[in-house]
Design a protein around this ligand. Structure first.
Ligand SMILES: [Zn+2]
Length: 463
């Protein structure tokens, strides 16, 4: 079946970055068949169903390259703490109590939030495995909501001295065997959901674990993602233990390659950037989370100057506190302007590239998604700028990056399937999804003993 989406402003993100006024997109099943003006497409495909998008803007579906969906249940419990304290007091105790039904409820809610803010591809870094089958619960949520993405089977194999709760520690062989089983089951040609590998960070895994992960990734051809230089503490740990920074250590043991997506990279220095460029390592930038946890300012402008692929992400909702990718567009542009006192250092167009075509490149899917081009998957977001906050609109990309709140995505296509129409999910009941997440959050905070964090004292300023 052919459909022509007509009369919209089409922001293609193709190599020429064409923006087509009165534009159209013809889609057939899951693929983009043609892109042009509405007049051209109506005469070429008179038999196609026409969907009129007058006064709408269509962008490629955005790609959020780093989240932890289970944290959807933890919003607001870890406010105003640095990462180590945040993990020890709240995220760790919550993670050890996770059951498959918690992960399922959290991931369904997180996928809906993501779709509502214009995300069509998510990378979930699922590192908490106190019980079996938690990654499968996340995959099920992807499938039911219609989300495309990579669910990276994460693992922690050490780190009790650093505050990792014992139930979160697995042996590498158990973790990688589970990952292998999932990859063999889900990584079928054309599948919307794929499985990758996610060693948590260098203080949570041993050298031998990284080497085994590298071997499995080589054997099965899957993506690896890992937290890198998120905090100053993490880099100092590596310097003390290995005599070099964490990224340099990964390079020294032969772990890095173009299939590695490094999340955060806040404290990377010039030498690290040279290694990333040399090995083809990709970066996931998490501006909201890095400010929320006071981790610092990643050297993103320097990475872009060095020609490193940088994508954009929200991080888990325990350190953000939502999956609103449109917020991340704005924060991602603004923090570098402020930090460098240079308004030109990142533009609205660049941040949208990071959220679309560069995001696709970061996860190895640039030939399939990330731009509106003939032959690519029909992953499209139709934006409706009809609210007071974005009007009057002078430029479609500026309106999205700097004025939008997150309610502007109106209709979302993934794989040619309409998963949201007129702001209403078509694949799942929104009422059921939200209610299930509320109930799961209530139960989890009771079991984890984190309910007291809701009743914190009034703290206008630190003592
Ligand atoms: Zn993370």
């Amino acid at each position: 079946m052919k459909r022509v989406l007509s009369n919209a402003t089409v922001v293609t993100m193709n190599p020429d970055r064409d923006v087509i006024e009165a534009g159209g997109i013809c889609i057939e099943n899951d693929r983009i068949l043609a892109v042009g003006t509405t007049a051209e497409l109506s005469s070429r495909y008179p038999e196609a169903e026409v969907i009129d998008y007058t006064d709408r803007v269509i962008i490629p579906g955005m790609i959020n390259t780093h989240t932890h969906l289970f944290q959807t249940l933890l919003k607001g419990l870890g406010d105003d703490r640095v990462l180590k304290d945040w993990f020890a007091c709240m995220t760790g105790p919550s993670a050890v109590e996770l059951l498959p039904e918690d992960c399922y409820a959290a991931a369904r809610h997180g996928c809906v939030e993501s779709i509502k803010s214009g995300v069509t591809t998510l990378l979930d870094f699922m590192y908490a495995h106190p019980h079996p089958n938690l990654t499968e619960a996340v995959i099920q949520a992807f499938q039911e909501t219609g989300m495309r993405g990579i669910v990276a089977r994460g693992f922690i194999t050490t780190g009790i001295e650093q505050g990792v709760p014992e139930p979160l520690i697995e042996t590498i062989d158990v973790a990688l065997q589970d990952a292998r089983t999932l990859i063999e089951k889900y990584n079928q040609p054309g599948a919307r959901v794929q499985v990758g590998l996610a060693p948590c960070m260098i203080w949570g895994v041993q050298r031998e674990d990284l080497e085994k992960t590298r071997q499995l990734a080589n054997e099965l051809g899957v993506l690896i993602t890992i937290h890198v230089s998120e905090t100053r503490w993490e880099v100092d740990y590596a310097l003390q233990r290995f005599g070099m920074g964490d990224l340099q250590y990964m390079d020294a043991i032969g772990f890095l390659g173009p299939d590695v997506l490094a999340a955060h990279c806040v404290h990377c220095v010039a030498r690290d950037l040279r290694i990333m460029k040399l090995r083809g390592v990709k970066v996931s930038h998490n501006p909201c989370s890095n400010m929320y946890l006071a981790s610092g300012f990643a050297p993103i402008p320097q990475m872009l100057m060095a020609g490193i692929t940088v994508s954009l992400a929200c991080d888990g909702p325990a350190s953000n506190n939502n999956h609103n990718m449109i917020h991340s567009l704005k924060f991602g542009a603004l923090i570098h302007k402020g930090y460098h006192q240079d308004a030109t250092i990142i533009t609205a167009e660049k941040i949208l590239e990071m959220a679309t075509i560069e995001g696709a490149r970061a996860i190895g899917l640039e030939h399939e998604i990330g731009s509106i081009e003939v032959g690519k998957k029909a992953d499209l977001v139709v934006l409706k700028y009809d609210n007071f906050f974005v009007n009057p609109v002078h430029h479609p990309i500026s309106a999205l990056v700097y004025s939008a709140l997150g309610n502007e995505p109106d209709t979302v296509f993934i794989d040619g399937q309409i998963v949201m129409q007129d702001r209403t999910m078509q694949t799942v009941s929104e009422t059921d999804v939200m209610q299930a997440a509320k109930s799961a959050a209530e139960s989890l905070t009771q079991r984890a003993g984190t309910i007291a964090l809701r009743k914190r004292p009034w703290r206008s300023l630190a003592p």
